[in-house]
Design a protein around this ligand. Structure first.
Ligand code: BGC
Length: 253
């Protein structure tokens, strides 16, 4: 069995578990610790170390961490929904120090998208797949013929003068107490815009709210096929683990 450890940093919780890379399944149950209110890089890194320490993980097991901001060569370029000190932090170095072993950090939506392509709703799908995560913000992953184009940040597109995630994220539905029908209208505006820009072959809709997909997905009126994410709330962990590990070797007899 090929194993890596994944940690997913979210606005409300930091979750981690070992992952079986052959199946994309968690090995046992995940550990979740609430995100500290003052979510500075150091405070969050300390919790990541605590999550890892709750498991008995071999020293040579790869560790990946996903976080809610764009990460280029280890550097966090901006941070919309955690402490602003993240901007300019080298998250690879920070986590490597805090966890005492090499760590690779990636954007949370890229991790989730990669997991969906490797194991989930977009497995073996060629063409342009756009995976979105609807949560505190909107995360995006663009995958073309199985290759991830990282850090696309399509949740921050400006639509009708608004930052898209401020109107269409799942947090906007909660904040404004929108019905699924009202929210789906906003999602239609959002996904129609993505459709116009990318002509994708498939939309995969993830994030915590995707478990309620039967309530709203059919109300989103776009031409592109749209399916719920298959991995639901494990996608960030699984994708972070997968992206930290060397490519799986195919053993031929
Ligand atoms: C961030 C993205 C992130 C998304 C989902 C956005 O506000 O800018 O990097 O993927 O939220 O967490």
């Amino acid at each position: 069995m090929s194993i890596a450890f994944g940690i997913d940093i979210g606005g409300s919780g930091i979750k981690g578990a070992p992952v079986d890379l052959t199946t994309g399944e968690l090995i046992g149950s995940r550990k979740r610790i609430p995100t500290p209110e003052k979510s500075t890089p150091d405070a969050v890194a300390e919790i990541c170390a605590e999550v890892l320490a709750s498991f008995d993980v071999d020293g040579d097991t790869p560790v990946g961490v996903s976080l809610p901001g764009p990460v280029r060569h280890g550097e966090v370029l901006f941070m919309a929904n955690l402490h602003k000190d993240w901007k300019g932090t080298n998250s690879d170095d920070l986590m490597t120090r805090a966890l005492g072993r090499p760590v690779r950090t990636v954007n949370d939506a890229d991790a989730a998208g990669y997991a969906e392509v490797a194991y989930g709703a977009a497995k073996d799908k060629m063409g342009t797949v756009i995976v979105t995560t609807l949560g505190t913000g909107i995360g995006s992953a663009v995958i073309v013929d199985g290759v991830l184009v990282p850090n696309t940040e399509l949740g921050h597109l400006e639509i009708d003068g608004h930052n898209a995630e401020s109107r269409a994220a799942s947090s906007a539905r909660d904040r404004e107490d929108l019905s699924f029908k009202q929210w789906a209208k906003r999602l239609t505006t959002y996904y129609a815009h993505l459709e116009m820009l990318f002509s994708p072959d498939l939309f995969v809709v993830g994030g915590g709210v995707s478990k309620e997909h039967a309530e709203f997905l059919h109300l989103v009126k776009v031409k592109t096929p749209m399916v719920p994410a298959a991995l639901r709330n494990t996608a960030g962990i699984v994708g972070a683990a997968r992206l930290a590990a060397p490519p799986l070797t195919v053993v031929t007899p």
